[in-house]
Write a protein that binds this ligand. Structure first.
Ligand SMILES: Nc1ncnc2c1ncn2[C@@H]1O[C@H](COP(=O)(O)OP(=O)(O)O)[C@@H](O)[C@H]1O
Ligand SMILES: [Mg+2]
Length: 354
């Protein structure tokens, strides 16, 4: 996508604004002018400029203060800011660096130097690229997750309905043959074959369930979560209780059902793998305007900040992504020694209304 970089010029003096404007005119930028700090902040929020040329000396709110406000605003913190200072004013530059300036130009302006600075900084175009890339990646990852869920569902059905049923049919035939077989050699081999078929049926069933349990589509969250919990109990010998505030077969938007199920699945895997907990609990609370899911354990806990920094944590960020895809929010509450609570909230209108 071709666009002209947006340059916001901030100076209280008309002469300052004009000289910058004339030096940058016809260089392929879209130029905007602000006369004061507050106006600069308002325009910055509206335009999301590619670079801000910010005069330091202004009455009222000076350049440092403007810079401070920009850096404190998450949506503007990354916008490149070039401070305009008096020539060789080392002190202002140091103060500027501390306040978060990216670059400096000094008055009176050297035409070539000024153009080069602005060109370099807009070409890097850090801010816009970053946010656009991030957005693109997020969309892509949502599409991938959707696609994966779709694939899993169809493979699970194929395994269960086609392969599973054929195997069951085969088993019946073999059992029939086994009954009428007389030759000990043959009956032995048939027994072995039947044993193998039985194992295969079991394996196919588990594969299908792990991919995507059909009960989630057929009966909804309550049975699917209960099943997850009981399987985790069997496999890990852990005490896991389910606390659901409704026991009917309530159905909720499919995106939310899938999100909750996958979050629960990952949370239980993490509890089994990392927590050393004695007891874990799955909670599902349906309110008139929200669905709340929690997975709690009384295990080792961890520091989410430390994990975020030191760990490419695909599990935890996958949960975040799942929640976001269904317009929900995920919150991780954990600290060493104090157990872990994974909480996902999904706003919905009138879910409990029947
Ligand atoms: N319930 C939990 N109890 C203790 N530690 C946990 C729990 N869940 C996650 N963690 C910690 O957070 C880290 C990141 O988890 P995750 O993103 O799922 O990655 P992975 O499970 O592959 O290590 C884990 O390695 C573990 O240190
Ligand atoms: Mg994990």
């Amino acid at each position: 996508m071709a666009f002209s970089p947006i340059v916001l010029i901030v100076d209280d003096m008309p002469s300052g604004r004009q000289s910058l404007e004339s030096l940058l005119q016809e260089q392929g930028y879209e130029l905007f002018l602000a006369e004061s700090g507050p106006e600069a902040l308002r325009l910055a929020a509206e335009l999301h400029p590619d670079v801000i040329l910010l005069d330091v000396m202004m009455p009222g709110m000076d350049g440092y203060e403007v810079l401070g406000h920009l850096r404190a605003d998450p949506t503007l913190a990354e916008v490149p800011v070039v401070l305009v200072t008096a020539l060789d004013d080392l002190e202002s530059r140091i103060k500027g660096i501390e306040a978060g300036a990216d670059d400096f130009i000094s008055k009176p302006f050297d035409r070539t130097e000024l153009r080069a600075h602005v060109r370099t900084i807009t070409r890097l175009n850090r801010y816009r690229n970053l946010t656009e890339e991030r957005e693109k990646l997020r969309r892509l990852s949502h599409q991938m997750i959707d696609l994966q869920e779709h694939e899993r569902r169809s493979i699970a059905m194929e395994l269960h309905d086609e392969v599973g049923q054929s195997l069951t049919g085969l088993k019946h035939i073999m059992e029939h043959v086994r009954k009428s077989a007389r030759e000990p050699n043959t009956t032995d081999q048939l027994d072995i074959g039947l044993g193998m078929i039985g194992e295969l049926i079991e394996r196919i069933r588990n594969l299908s369930l792990n991919l995507r349990p059909s009960m989630l589509d057929d009966f909804g969250l309550y049975p699917a979560l209960s099943w997850l919990a009981s399987r985790s109990r069997e496999q890990n010998g852990m005490k896991i209780s389910c606390n659901f505030n409704e026991f009917d077969e309530g159905r909720y938007p499919p995106a939310i059902e899938t999100a909750v199920f996958r979050i629960a699945q990952e949370a239980l895997t993490n509890i089994a793998r990392h927590s050393k907990a004695k007891h874990a609990e799955l909670k599902l609370i349906i309110n008139p305007d929200a669905i709340l899911f929690e997975a709690c354990d009384d295990g080792l806990g961890f520091d989410p900040e430390v994990v975020k920094e030191n760990h490419f944590s695909s599990g935890l960020s996958g949960m975040q992504e799942r929640a976001r895809m269904a317009d929900g929010q995920l919150n991780i509450q954990s600290s060493p020694g104090k157990g872990t609570i994974i909480r996902a909230t999904f706003p919905v209108k009138g879910v409990a209304a029947k």
